[in-house]
Design a binder for this molecule. Structure first.
Ligand code: AMP
Length: 397
């Protein structure tokens, strides 16, 4: 089966065409600057060069058409007709309390996803536009929605409730949802496989450390807690997001700086995290690690504050599960940045992680970092959200 995986943003569309039997990525690409002048598609067939084609796309339907054109192009293409696309899997950010697993997309499902737009105003509308555009261009191809929030719907009430008046939950569904669920699910399942155990018998802490970052506690195969909340702003310090902070800071800064609460939240989302902490140096962990090594104090402070928060969450989730068997690092910085892992390692040694310094220098591959016989296994498992979406799509179609 050939499955087209779509991740649609407000002005971009990422895609991968995956053969679900061989799990081979046949081609992948990105349409950027949709609806803005200077649009382009970057398309890469398997084993081929990246090709960039400058072309304005007035809307997402134009982007979907351009993607199909590239997939069927005589030179860059990997298929000959639309018939060779058997299903489309869409990444959808917020499924609220409605969706605890992936679903076949129907008109009713689209309506329900629309109802969740309030909870993810930057993401869900764009995801819906992607679905509608694909339906327009490929009306007969079955489509599946895979939600970032779904895996965390198993969290118990004590983990998802805020200490706020209960009526806000009843009236407005204000609660913790968690994100990166596809990744936490994929990575914890793969970790169990690598360890040769059933995930149902394990307590796993997954640290998804990318530009956005979250930790989850996966007990007996189910998410029982995760660090992101109503929105992806809660939890860890991230590339540009603040993560946990005293909510009173919002009105305090708003008064002091004479800006609105929305503007403060915008700063918490876009100008905070390690970018803000490093005095605007960078949100990228590569830059920060290099600067810290060269002796830059603000880079050191940013990285240590970041690692300390991750360490504290790992400690908290070991308590939440009354134990932990494995700690898994994934996503950009988790997979690739040995300095970040080493800094975090300093705070979790008490659990019996026993991370090997040499093994910790490896990157971007499946590797057990702990020395043999350690009480808690620490490992790297690269995430692959697109493959996880393709698998879910195949399962449902
Ligand atoms: P993601 O959002 O998963 O793409 O992760 C982005 C983050 O991963 C950035 O902060 C990058 O600096 C970091 N990252 C990606 N590749 C590397 C690498 N080779 N070495 C160190 N950090 C990396």
């Amino acid at each position: 089966m050939n499955i087209l995986v779509i991740n649609c943003g407000s002005s971009s569309l990422k895609y991968q065409l995956i053969n679900s039997k061989s799990e081979e990525v046949l081609a992948k690409g990105l349409c950027e600057r949709i609806g803005i002048n200077g649009g382009a598609i970057i398309h890469q067939p398997a084993d081929g060069e990246k090709i960039r084609w400058e072309k304005d796309m007035p809307d997402h339907t134009a982007a979907v058409k351009l993607m199909i054109e590239s997939l069927m192009d005589e030179q860059t293409g990997v298929i000959h007709s639309l018939e060779e696309i058997d299903a489309v899997g869409h990444r959808i950010v917020h499924g609220g309390e409605k969706f605890s697993s992936s679903v076949l997309i129907t008109d009713e499902v689209q309506r329900e996803v629309e109802e969740c737009c309030d909870l993810a105003p930057l993401h869900n509308p764009a995801n819906l536009i992607g679905i509608r555009s694909c339906k327009e261009v490929m009306p007969n191809v079955p489509m599946v929605g895979v939600f970032d929030t779904a895996f965390h719907q198993t969290m118990p009430k004590k983990a998802y409730m805020y200490g706020l008046p209960y009526e806000y939950y009843e009236k407005h569904k204000v609660r913790r949802y968690g994100f990166h669920g596809t990744s936490h699910d994929f990575v914890s399942a793969r970790a169990a496989q690598i360890l040769g155990k059933d995930r149902k018998d394990l307590k796993i802490i997954v640290c998804h450390l990318g530009n956005g970052a979250s930790v989850s506690a996966v007990k007996n195969g189910e998410s029982v807690d995760t660090s992101m909340g109503l929105t992806p702003l809660e939890g860890l310090i991230m590339g540009t997001r603040s993560g946990d902070m005293d909510p009173a800071i919002i009105s305090f800064i708003s008064k002091k700086e004479q800006i609105s609460a929305e503007e403060v939240i915008d700063i918490c989302n876009k100008k905070s995290g390690v970018l803000g902490l490093s005095g605007g140096l960078s949100s990228d962990f590569r830059d920060l690690a290099e600067s810290a090594e060269a002796g830059n104090e603000s880079a050191k402070i940013a990285l240590d504050t970041y690692a300390y928060r991750v360490g504290k969450y790992i400690g908290a989730y070991a308590a939440a599960m009354n134990g932990v068997d494995a700690i898994v690092f994934t996503a950009g910085a988790g997979e690739n940045n040995s300095q970040v892992r080493q800094l975090i390692g300093q705070y979790i040694g008490f659990l019996g992680t026993n991370i090997d310094e040499e093994k910790n220098k490896l990157r971007g591959q499946e590797v057990i970092l702990s020395n043999e016989g350690s009480k808690v296994v620490t490992m790297i498992v690269p995430t692959d959200e697109e493959m996880a979406i393709a698998r879910e799509t195949e399962r449902l179609v």
